[in-house]
Design a protein around this ligand. Structure first.
Ligand code: PHB
Length: 391
């Protein structure tokens, strides 16, 4: 069990008492949505929030019998502001549940708060492996992926094609590093090797110095993690540098997810691996895509799916506790036991609360990330170091 200070315990007890009174008085449950609504990941945050709202609307904007009040906060994908932002949601806005965020550095402040105060947290994107490894907790769940998962699938698929040597290009922060480790492990599983990792600071987009080095590395393929605005620029610059024909570019699916329109023809032919893709034929996906399009005018992407599933997961938890967000144990037991009927296909959670899911191989063509195969079936993050007295 993790350490809780005396102050934390008193604050926790007070919160439980307040929470019970609020439920008795029929007060709405408050959910804090901490996401990037500006910066390179702004579009990701918008799709997560819109799909979360869609999920709530399908439930009459009630969870566990209580009306829901949403509080949105723009975290700007800025780790330096994260502790203060989380505090604002908990202290000023008095939210009962936390949903967030996209960036793997920013999510650490949410993880810390969820651990210290036993507040339910659903992570609708950020893949920081620690959240479901050594920092796992009963109150913390992910509706998305660990950074290791999609990149592992990509490395495995690449090695299966006979690639022996590859490099990884990414931003220098947790998501870039951890996805590089997944890529390395996937390559190794099929006899390939990751020989170099090239990085630039987040969220910079001056890719020229890195692009200039690639032809001299002696690799057969380039793997990469970028997302949002940065991914648009990287894919365009890669094509403009004339590298597409010489060195196939691949990556975690975020490289081409939700960004194919601005990438245009520069993305055509790029293969990526992700737990979602275009052309997945299941009833949930068809209904979800139509409803999301109707609400937003945009096509759904993996971020929308993860936002929607964060809604489904917290709904399952709060239904089990009749709207009591402080009853973390039964809430967690219900989510842990659930089969989530996701647009990506049904998934369950690993013992450390991370989705066990199919990683699809996709190829970008004509504005779509077409699913062309399975990169890794029922893939679970290793969950290394997660010690949780699981309910
Ligand atoms: C992350 O920081 O964990 C992250 C950000 C954007 C993505 C995927 C992962 O698309």
């Amino acid at each position: 069990m993790h350490h809780i200070s005396r102050r934390g315990m008193l604050a926790g007890a007070a919160a439980v008492a307040l929470g019970r009174r609020a439920i008795a008085q029929g007060a709405p449950i408050k959910i804090g949505l901490m996401l990037p609504f500006s910066g390179t990941f702004a579009a990701l945050g918008e799709n997560i929030a819109a799909a979360f709202e869609l999920c709530l609307a399908e439930r009459g904007d009630r969870l566990g019998g209580r009306a829901v009040t949403l509080v949105r906060l723009d975290d700007e994908s800025d780790p330096a502001k994260a502790p203060q932002n989380v505090n604002r949601l908990l202290e000023r806005d008095k939210v009962d549940v936390l949903i967030g965020t996209v960036h793997s550095g920013v999510v650490m402040a949410l993880v810390q708060a969820a651990r210290e105060r036993d507040v339910p947290l659903i992570i609708p994107n950020a893949g920081n492996v620690a959240a479901t490894r050594e920092l796992c907790a009963p109150s913390i769940f992910r509706s998305s992926f660990s950074n290791w998962q999609p990149a592992y699938g990509m490395g495995k698929a690449l090695a299966a094609k006979g690639v022996k040597k590859a490099c990884w290009v990414t931003w220098d922060y947790a998501a870039g590093k951890e996805s590089g480790e997944g890529f390395r492990d996937g390559l190794r599983s099929g006899g390939g090797e990751l020989i170099q990792v090239l990085t630039l600071p987040f969220p910079e987009t001056n890719f020229q110095p890195i692009l200039a080095q690639l032809p001299g590395l002696g690799v057969e393929a380039v793997g990469s993690f970028f997302a949002g605005g940065g991914a648009v620029q990287f894919v365009k610059d890669y094509a403009a540098a004339g590298l597409r024909e010489k060195l196939p570019l691949c990556g975690s699916g975020f490289l081409t997810e939700g960004v194919l329109k601005p990438q245009g023809a520069a993305a055509d032919g790029i293969q990526t691996a992700l737990h979602y893709g275009d052309g997945l034929d299941n009833a949930k996906n068809t209904a979800f895509r139509a409803a999301f399009k109707q609400k937003t005018g945009r096509d759904a992407d993996v971020y929308a799916v993860q936002g929607y599933d964060a809604g489904q997961m917290i709904a399952i938890g709060l239904d089990a506790t009749k709207g009591d967000a402080t009853a973390v144990k039964p809430l967690a037991t219900a989510i842990q036991a659930a089969k989530i009927d996701s647009p990506r296909g049904t998934f369950t959670l690993s013992p450390s609360h991370n989705p066990v899911q199919t990683i699809y191989l996709r190829e970008a063509k004509g504005g779509e990330n077409r699913v062309i195969g399975v990169a890794a079936d029922a893939l679970a993050d290793p969950g290394t170091g997660c010690k949780m007295n699981l309910p």
